[in-house]
Design a protein around this ligand. Structure first.
Ligand SMILES: COc1cc(/C=C/C(=O)SCCNC(=O)CCNC(=O)[C@H](O)C(C)(C)COP(=O)(O)OP(=O)(O)OC[C@H]2O[C@@H](n3cnc4c(N)ncnc43)[C@H](O)[C@@H]2OP(=O)(O)O)ccc1O
Length: 268
């Protein structure tokens, strides 16, 4: 991996994030509403710090946007002339930040509203669950800006919506609606305007009640199993299932169900 001065010079700007704890949930609010939460170097460095130091008692994370939008993507005012090395360093810096989301030890839920554009969309792709309210819209206008995605979008987005649809987004620059986002498998929830944050928090509290080992398996093992060849995947699944069910947590939880001391599965 390349390193360089462009990266070393970046200082975290704490004012660009509002970080809070709500019970077992860490909430991270992108906080540049006047700039539609465009992702500048200071915000990206702050986000990286914040995701590196998740307290032990936190069981889930919600990332949301202050103001009317999730994020308008890369802060174009910072897209200064870069030579090839600096460009690679910049892109790889973003990769490291978004990898911290994807490989976070606890589930990360993105609460989407308004503009979810370019790098903002790439950020959302790294989360484990996406909750969109009706105001959310998605676009990849990189073509019209003369650039390419640089935050892992070409790896993560096709795995969610397919290569052809991502190609359509990039080539046409078309704005996709919140409803299309659900239909195409980008977001898992579509809810009324104004409620993405509340819904994300509700879901975060729910996943926080799971056995940590099950959540770990979903975050770390499931993506690998899904991409493995079937034989390898089935073996990995068996190993993961065996580890999980032999854990004391599973034994306690199953005993509680059999003793009628825990909730049944009911439609919500
Ligand atoms: C190359 O290596 C990379 C690339 C990347 C990632 C790339 C990308 O993310 S490309 C996508 C960049 N984003 C855009 O093109 C969106 C631009 N913004 C808009 O279209 C609109 O602002 C809007 C989001 C639809 C909202 O519209 P509206 O509500 O009308 O607000 P405005 O009046 O337009 O904006 C208010 C204020 O915010 C500024 N602003 C908005 N977006 C950005 C932005 N992306 N960058 C900088 N500034 C922005 C706007 O200029 C206004 O400022 P004023 O000073 O005029 O008030 C990743 C990694 C790589 O290595």
């Amino acid at each position: 991996m390349l390193t360089g001065n462009a990266q070393a010079a970046t200082l975290a700007d704490p004012s660009t994030l509002v970080v809070d704890t709500v019970g077992p949930v860490l909430t991270i609010g992108l906080n540049r509403p006047k700039k539609r939460n465009a992702l500048n170097d200071g915000l990206m460095a702050a986000l990286k710090d914040c995701l590196t130091e998740i307290p032990d008692e936190i069981r889930a994370v919600v990332i949301h946007g202050h103001g009317d939008h999730f994020s308008a993507g890369l802060d174009l005012s910072e897209l200064r002339e870069r030579d090839a090395t600096e460009g690679l360093v910049h892109s790889q810096t973003w990769h490291r930040v978004f990898d911290r989301i994807q490989y976070c030890r606890v589930p990360v839920i993105a609460a989407l509203k308004g503009a979810v554009i370019g790098g903002g969309l790439e950020l959302a792709c790294a989360a484990h669950i996406r909750v969109a309210e009706a105001s959310a819209y998605y676009a990849l206008p990189e073509g019209s800006r003369g650039i390419f995605v640089g935050g892992g979008g070409s790896v993560r987005l096709p795995r969610l919506i397919g290569v052809a649809r991502m190609a359509d987004m990039m080539l046409t620059g078309r704005v996709y609606s919140a409803a299309e986002g659900v239909v195409h498998g980008f977001s898992q929830y579509l809810i009324e305007a104004g409620s993405a944050y509340d819904k994300a928090l509700e879901l975060a509290n729910r996943v926080a009640q799971n056995a940590p080992l099950t959540n770990f398996a979903v975050l770390q093992a499931l993506p690998m199993i899904a991409e493995a060849n079937p034989q390898t995947g089935l073996l990995m699944e068996s190993l993961m299932a065996t580890v999980a069910q032999s854990d004391q947590e599973a034994k306690t939880r199953i005993r509680a169900f059999l003793d009628h001391k825990t909730a049944k599965v009911r439609p919500s």
